[in-house]
Design a protein around this ligand. Structure first.
Ligand code: SF4
Ligand code: SF4
Length: 392
């Protein structure tokens, strides 16, 4: 039987909830699930295939969609460049409640990130775009840790290039914002009908679920606005039930202080009560997306599809513990970790090693248990004790 999910409909959409009424429940998730920031890319380069000549007379939705499709962008939408007042208020409220822990990202400066009208002189339109990164996961080998899907390859870099090409094609002044702190990409995506807010705080697209990276193009070109999606989570609560740490107990609001993804990217020690829950995960957490029914469609369509060449779903824990600082930094340039300090990756590897139940990995943790770094020493001690516990 083909479920209503597979048909791209919400299971219970009688009555629009706050998700589709423009209220932004929380923005914490995507920000810290995102990878490191990159500089903005203002641009005005000409392009032979551009709509330059008519950028100031308006571009229709159909024209925008055709351009985006030609560039390999999976979902696109447009909205007028107006302040995200409700979102700004929400971020401030959530921050006052301490739900963002010490997260930075778009939460740090809502006076900037919620004001697309200030991102470019003469800006008229905010274009939101989504690129699907879903691929089947190969089997994980012994001694390997797992990365979250969005980091398997540099999907953000691909989207950035595509948006730059779109900006050139539309003509005029534009600025590309991908994985940046200066803009709340999810709000632009919700406003322009690219997706809707899920109770797991992710932006969910109709066809590709939440397995997408989002990016934004602000431009002086005038583009027909696309309507919001009339969809929501309905009565589903799967992600709330699946979250191992209760971080989604208030639907649509992420309590960062209880989120595994947050702790894997935060400075300092990972709280002990969350270490076992991380399992083999060396970074991030996909659980609340893995269970989401909106993701079943793309998963079926891409079943058997291997990750792109060079993608890295799994990593060697021993390598993470033995590579030099420079090697780790260079190889994982696509990941965010505090101050680009590789000891935070090693800290995570030590936790995954402890959870591996593989005594052969012991020797990779032992030097850290007698090392000079108090953070890594404590995590290595925990790791070795957990190996003993699982064995015993
Ligand atoms: Fe965070 Fe994982 Fe819970 Fe999602 S399932 S809220 S990523 S801990
Ligand atoms: Fe919404 Fe969560 Fe259910 Fe997905 S799993 S439909 S985000 S409630």
């Amino acid at each position: 039987m083909v479920s209503e999910w597979q048909q791209g409909r919400a299971p219970d959409s009688a009555g629009l909830t706050e998700w589709t009424q423009g209220r932004a429940p929380s923005f914490a998730g995507a920000a810290f699930r995102g990878v490191g920031s990159v500089p903005a890319q203002p641009g005005t380069r000409p392009c032979v295939h551009s709509l330059n000549a008519r950028h100031n007379v308006g571009v229709t939705t159909l024209e925008l969609e055709r351009l985006a499709e030609g560039l390999g962008i999976d979902v696109v939408g447009a909205a007028p460049a107006e302040p995200y007042d409700e979102t700004e208020r929400h971020i401030r409220e959530r921050r006052e409640q301490g739900l963002f822990a010490d997260m930075r990202f778009t939460m740090a400066r809502p006076e900037v990130s919620c004001h697309p009208e200030t991102l470019l002189p003469g800006v008229r339109t905010v274009i939101s775009a989504a690129l699907c990164y879903y691929a089947d996961e190969p089997e994980r080998g012994p001694g390997e840790g797992r990365l979250p899907r969005y980091t398997w390859f540099h999907a953000y870099a691909e989207l950035r290039e595509k948006l730059d090409a779109l900006g050139r094609a539309l003509g005029g002044e534009y600025r590309v914002l991908v994985d940046e702190n200066d803009h709340v990409d999810r709000e632009a995506a919700a406003r322009s009908g690219v997706g809707f807010y899920g109770k797991n705080t992710m932006l969910i697209t109709q066809r590709h679920g939440s397995w997408v990276v989002l990016g934004t193009l602000v431009t002086e070109a005038e583009i027909e606005a696309t309507p919001r999606l009339p969809l929501d989570c309905g009565s589903c609560t799967l992600c709330i039930e699946a979250c191992p740490t209760g971080a989604l107990d208030e639907p649509g609001t992420l309590d960062s202080t209880r989120c595994l993804s947050y702790w894997s990217q935060a400075p300092g020690a990972i709280p002990e009560e969350y270490r076992a829950e991380l399992g083999a995960q060396v970074y991030g957490c996909d659980i609340c997306q893995d269970v989401c029914p909106w993701n079943r469609g793309v998963e079926k369509r891409r079943a058997g599809e291997r990750p792109p060449e060079g993608a890295e779903p799994h990593v060697s824990l021993v390598e993470w513990l033995e590579l030099s600082d420079d090697e780790l930094r260079t190889r994982y340039e696509r990941l965010y970790f505090p101050r680009k300090d590789p000891r935070y990756l090693r800290r995570n590897a030590l936790v995954a090693l402890g959870n591996s139940a593989d005594p052969e990995l012991r020797s990779a943790a032992e030097p850290y248990a007698s090392g000079d770094d108090p953070l890594l020493r404590e995590h290595a001690e925990w790791s070795l004790a957990r190996l003993d516990e699982v064995k015993g």
